[in-house]
Ligand binder design. Structure first.
Ligand SMILES: [Zn+2]
Length: 322
């Protein structure tokens, strides 16, 4: 089993990281958050970091955030595209424009694809992670009912799109996201066919209706354009027993992924604090057949003051599960 580290926080976080030290601590991969608004001006910093990782033999995965806000579960992330193109944003079931671009809008899709190609050119990376792709869904209102979505729905069903969510709308929304993932993968594959495409379904109960739910992996595992399914196990915030939650999610994800020739990547929150049981988690994931475990993230683990005292134990635990 290889162990990776996710690095959020943008380019300022990258400046404080030494890829060689991460490799010495046993990490095999890094997942780097690439924010739309930062990549406009500081893409070179991300590219430099990616090159340094390559020479330290770390696999790099880009995690595009912002970019129309389809891929981002964090409401504080900004997207200049959304601010400048309200006409290309999703329309909810009450007829209001939301602050998220519509993945069925051709102009947005073209802009998104072109940005992903640029990112794939700039970063020497192993692949891309599409983080929790979802459509707007809040307080009983759902999207998208823009003219492009309505037209597409009518073409598929020869009926107007209903105002209430029913099975057909649910399927339409899920297929919209699967088609978006396919387009995103096609964009980076235009640069390099070998780039891996990973998808993180939505893990929290509150957002499961917005996106592709982590407890219904079948459609995702069957979808083309998906090489790996990447599932976050939020056992701490859900107050679950670590072993029970991690083992069951690992086993389910590995089974769903393998049935369709995909690989499984499991994410856990981690810190040096004993309550996060990071060292035990590595062993539980390995026993459940996981090949790639990612620790989220850099801020709580490698950037924490307690890391210096913890790193030796972590390095030896990572070696133990390798
Ligand atoms: Zn739409």
């Amino acid at each position: 089993m290889k162990v990776g580290l996710s690095i959020g926080g943008g380019v300022s976080a990258l400046q404080h990281l030494e890829p060689r030290e991460l490799a010495a601590d046993g990490f095999a991969s890094v997942f780097v958050a690439c924010y739309e608004d930062e990549m406009r001006w500081h893409a070179e910093a991300a590219a430099d970091f990616s090159r340094a990782c390559q020479s330290a033999h770390l696999e790099v995965y880009a995690v595009p955030l912002g970019y129309g806000l389809i891929n981002d579960p964090d409401p504080s992330t900004e997207s200049l595209y959304v601010r400048e193109h309200p006409q290309n944003c999703q329309v909810d079931s009450r007829g209001r424009r939301t602050h998220r671009a519509c993945p069925n809008n051709p102009a947005f899709l073209e802009w998104f694809s072109s940005n992903m190609r640029t990112l794939a050119w700039l970063l020497e990376c192993h692949g891309f992670l599409w983080d929790e792709p979802s459509l707007y869904f809040a307080r009983g209102a759902w999207a998208c009912r823009c003219r492009w979505c309505q037209r597409l729905f009518f073409a598929q069903h020869q009926q107007e799109m209903p105002l209430e969510i029913d099975d057909r709308v649910e399927r339409f929304r899920r297929n919209t996201l699967l088609m978006f993932i396919l387009a995103a993968t096609a964009a980076v594959h235009a640069v390099d066919r070998r780039l891996l495409s990973m998808v993180m379904p939505t893990s929290s109960a509150s957002s499961r209706q917005a996106g592709i739910a982590a407890d219904a992996l079948q459609p995702l595992a069957e979808a083309s354009g998906v090489d790996a399914i990447s599932v976050f196990v939020p056992w701490q915030s859900e107050h679950r027993d670590m072993e029970v939650a991690l083992r069951s999610t690992c086993e389910e994800t590995v089974a769903a992924a393998r049935a369709h020739g995909r690989s499984a990547v499991i994410w856990i929150g981690g810190s040096p604090h004993p309550r996060d049981r990071l060292l035990d988690s590595l062993e539980v994931a390995r026993k459940a057949g996981v090949e790639h475990l990612v620790i989220a993230g850099h801020q709580t683990l490698t950037a924490s003051v307690a890391y210096e005292r913890f790193r030796e134990a972590l390095a030896s635990a990572i070696k133990g599960v390798a």
